[in-house]
Write a protein that binds this ligand. Structure first.
Ligand code: ATP
Ligand code: MG
Length: 227
């Protein structure tokens, strides 16, 4: 059973002087538990596609179904709620809140979900320990390396117990050791918790770990291979 179904998805940006057709008719089905890389040259539409998939940006045309939910039909408030309970995001630039510690960054989403303090504390510490940062829970992002910040971002993405994690070039700023650590963590979560991962990347090491590789060019899928 496909948990994600994208039909005839298009995105045209009209807000610049030139019209940009960033996504031009994507059809894609993703099954539960897949570990999929979205690849392709800079500007091919990877970020635009992931943002629409996660409901961070509205499609110009097309349908997105995640589980039983038609994401493109949700009202803004419903969308926020849907994201909060179903999708974890990892961004290229980490997007951690600088004035909060690692633990507070991870707790933040659970606070939005209305979970109580004891549960938040425990889960934040468990997740940070799982990504190898159990001894850095009280550090602010500026005191952490890029790889450590990205691991906090992964812990934060998982805090809400999402079924899906969307990651936009999660290893873009990482050295090879940090990349390997992060990939190991993602693979483990994928296998042990059956979280469906969809990530964009330019990095061949990351592509090699993917079990499915979807290649975009000019906003269209030009190949889709399962290993
Ligand atoms: N907010 C925006 N307004 C106008 N054009 C945009 C906007 N965001 C992206 N674009 C354009 O849409 C196209 C796709 O961009 P997108 O960021 O999705 O590519 P990408 O595959 O993620 O590239 P990269 O690998 O460099 O991150 C590009 O031509 C880009 O310039
Ligand atoms: Mg991008």
């Amino acid at each position: 059973m496909n948990v994600i179904e994208v039909k005839n998805l298009e995105k045209t940006y009209n807000d610049s002087e030139v019209q940009v057709h960033a996504v031009q008719g994507i059809n894609l089905e993703i099954e539960e538990g897949e570990f999929t890389a979205i690849v392709g040259p800079s500007g091919c539409g990877k970020t635009t596609f992931l943002n629409m998939l996660g409901g961070l940006d509205q499609p110009s045309v097309g349908d997105i179904r995640i589980g039983d939910t038609l994401v493109h039909e949700l009202k803004p408030s419903e969308l926020i709620d849907f994201r909060l309970h179903n999708i974890g995001f990892v961004f290229q630039a980490y997007n951690l809140i600088p004035v909060l510690t690692a633990k507070e960054n991870v707790e933040f989403i659970m606070q939005l979900q209305g979970r109580d303090k004891t549960e938040r504390d425990k889960r934040a510490i468990d997740l940070l320990t799982e990504v190898g940062l159990g001894d850095r829970i009280d550090s602010r992002p500026s005191r952490l390396s890029g790889g450590q910040q990205q691991r906090v971002a992964v812990a934060r993405a998982l805090a809400s117990k999402p079924k899906f994690v969307l990651a936009d070039e999660p290893t873009a700023n990482l050295d090879s050791k940090s990349t390997e650590t992060l990939l190991d963590i993602m693979e483990k979560l994928n296998k042990e918790e059956n979280i469906t991962f969809i990530f964009s990347t330019h990095d061949m090491r990351v592509v090699n770990k993917a079990r499915r590789v979807v290649t975009l060019e000019d906003g269209k899928i030009i190949s889709d291979e399962r290993k």
